[in-house]
Write a protein that binds this ligand. Structure first.
Ligand code: ARG
Length: 402
C-alpha cells in the first residue's frame, strides 16, 4: 500500500472551506483532508459550526488555541499605533498567527500540503502563503486555482448535499477575531449603499447613554490594568469590546486599497482597539519629545504597512520595533478616556516620564525650570521667519529691477 497523501486545510466550516474538502480529494487526489480551526477569539458559534460541518464531512478537525499569541501581537500593534488607512489592523494581524498554527499541525500530522479557501482577489491568500511558503509543504488554493465563484460553490454544495446551510454568516462575508470584526459583501459592495443596522454585532447605535470613564494603565507601552485592576491581554480586550461597544465606539465604514490594487468597501467594528490605540497615543503625546513623536509616526506607518501585508515576522519589523520598544520604555502611566456617543477621547493622562512642566507652560507662573523667563523669547521671536522675510524681499527687489 502506498503511503497516505494528506493535506491540512484552514477550516472554518463556511462555504469556501467546505467545498474545498471534496475538491482536494477529487481534483487534487489527496486521500485525507485534515481540518484546522485556529482560535483567535472568534465567537463560540463559529467553532460549533466548524465542528458540525467537519463531522458531517467526515473530516478530522483540529482546534488550536492561539488567543494569547494573537492578543500579544495586537498589543505590539498598539505600541506601533497601528492603523491602515485609518482603521485598526485586525484580520491582517490574525492571518500569520493562524497560518503558523496550521503549519505546525500539518507538520505534526505528516501532511504533504497545506490549503486555504481564499479567493484570488483578497489579501488573505498572500498573508497565509507568506508563512507557508517558508516550508517544504505544497501550498494549495483550490478556490483561486479552480476559479470558483460563490454561485458555483453553492450549486456544487447543493448537488453533493454538503452541509453548508445554516451558516452563521447570512448574506455577508464576516471575519471575526478578538481585535476586530469585518463585514463585507452583498449590498455593502455598492459604496453608495448605507449599511443596515444588522451588520453590527459588537457596537450599539450611539444613543443618549450616559458617558463613561475608563482608566488604562500602561507599562512600557503595554496596557496592564483597567480601572486600577491588573488584567491579562485577552480579558482586557474582551472587556473593552463590551464596554466601549455599548457606547457605539469603534465603527469604520471606508474604501480600502488592497495589496493587489483593488479598491473595496469595508465595514469594521473594533471598540477595544479604538480605546487602546487612543489611550496609548495620548500617553506618547505626554512622554515623547516632539522629534521622537514625528519620527515615530513614520516608523509606525511602516509597521502598519508590514502588518497589513501579514509580514510582521520580517527582519525589517524587528528593526522598526527597536525604535518602538526603546521609546516605549517611557510609556508608563495612565490615561483616562471618555466613552460617549460613539466616540472615545482622552480626558486625562499622567506619567512620571512626562516631558511637561506645568510651571513652564502655565499662564499663571513666571518662575520656571531652567531659569527661563518670558523675555528670553524676544530674540527667538525676532529671528522667527527671518529667512522667509529675506527671500520675499529679494524677490520683490528683483521684480522692481525688471
Ligand atoms: N479587508 C480586510 C483585510 O484585508 C478584511 C478582510 C476580511 N475578510 C472578510 N471576509 N470579511 O484585512
Amino acid at each position: 500500500m502506498p503511503e497516505q497523501n494528506r493535506v491540512a486545510l484552514a477550516f472554518s466550516g463556511g462555504l469556501d472551506t467546505t467545498v474545498c474538502v471534496p475538491l482536494l480529494e477529487e481534483e487534487y487526489g489527496y486521500d485525507e483532508v485534515i481540518g484546522v480551526t485556529v482560535d483567535v477569539g472568534q465567537p463560540e458559534k463559529e467553532f460549533v459550526e466548524a465542528e458540525e460541518t467537519a463531522d458531517a464531512l467526515g473530516v478530522d478537525n483540529h482546534v488550536v488555541d492561539a488567543r494569547e499569541e494573537f492578543a500579544d501581537l495586537c498589543l505590539r500593534s498598539v505600541k506601533a499605533n497601528a492603523t491602515y488607512q485609518g482603521y485598526p489592523l485586525g484580520t491582517a494581524l490574525a492571518r500569520p498567527v493562524i497560518a503558523k498554527a496550521i503549519l505546525e499541525v500539518a507538520i505534526e500530522e505528516d501532511c504533504d500540503a497545506v490549503a486555504h479557501g481564499c479567493t484570488g482577489k483578497g489579501n488573505d491568500q498572500l498573508r497565509f502563503e507568506a508563512v507557508w511558503r517558508d516550508s517544504d509543504l505544497e501550498v494549495i488554493a483550490p478556490v483561486r486555482e479552480l476559479g470558483l465563484t460563490r454561485e458555483w460553490e453553492m450549486e456544487y454544495a447543493a448537488e453533493r448535499d454538503l452541509p453548508v446551510e445554516g451558516g452563521s454568516e447570512g448574506r455577508y462575508s464576516i471575519d471575526t477575531n478578538l481585535w476586530s470584526r469585518s463585514i463585507e459583501g452583498s449590498e455593502l459592495e455598492d459604496p453608495a449603499t448605507i449599511p443596515e443596522d444588522d451588520i453590527y454585532d459588537w457596537t450599539q447605535n450611539p444613543s443618549g447613554k450616559d458617558a463613561e470613564l475608563v482608566d488604562i494603565e500602561f507599562e512600557d507601552g503595554v496596557p496592564v490594568a483597567l480601572d486600577g485592576e491588573a488584567i491579562d491581554p485577552v480579558s482586557l480586550v474582551e472587556q473593552l469590546n463590551e464596554q466601549a461597544g455599548a457606547h457605539g465606539v469603534g465603527r469604520t465604514d471606508m474604501m480600502e486599497d488592497r495589496m493587489l490594487g483593488l479598491k473595496v468597501r469595508e465595514n469594521y467594528e473594533h471598540p477595544a482597539a479604538t480605546v487602546l490605540l487612543t489611550a496609548h497615543e495620548a500617553l506618547e503625546q505626554l512622554v515623547l519629545t516632539q522629534e521622537e513623536r514625528q519620527f515615530k509616526q513614520q516608523i509606525d506607518q511602516q509597521w502598519a504597512q508590514k502588518g497589513y501585508q501579514g509580514l510582521v515576522d520580517a527582519p525589517f519589523v524587528d528593526a522598526l520595533e527597536g525604535f518602538i520598544d526603546n521609546t516605549n520604555e517611557r510609556v508608563n502611566g495612565s490615561v483616562t478616556v471618555k466613552l460617549e456617543g460613539g466616540h472615545c477621547r482622552p480626558v486625562a493622562r499622567e506619567s512620571e516620564y512626562a516631558v511637561y512642566s506645568e510651571s513652564a507652560a502655565s499662564f499663571d507662573e513666571e518662575d520656571v525650570q531652567g531659569g527661563i523667563t518670558q523675555q528670553d523669547a524676544t530674540g527667538v521671536a525676532k529671528y522667527h521667519g527671518f529667512q522667509s522675510r529675506l527671500a520675499k524681499r529679494a524677490m520683490e527687489n528683483a521684480r522692481q529691477e525688471d
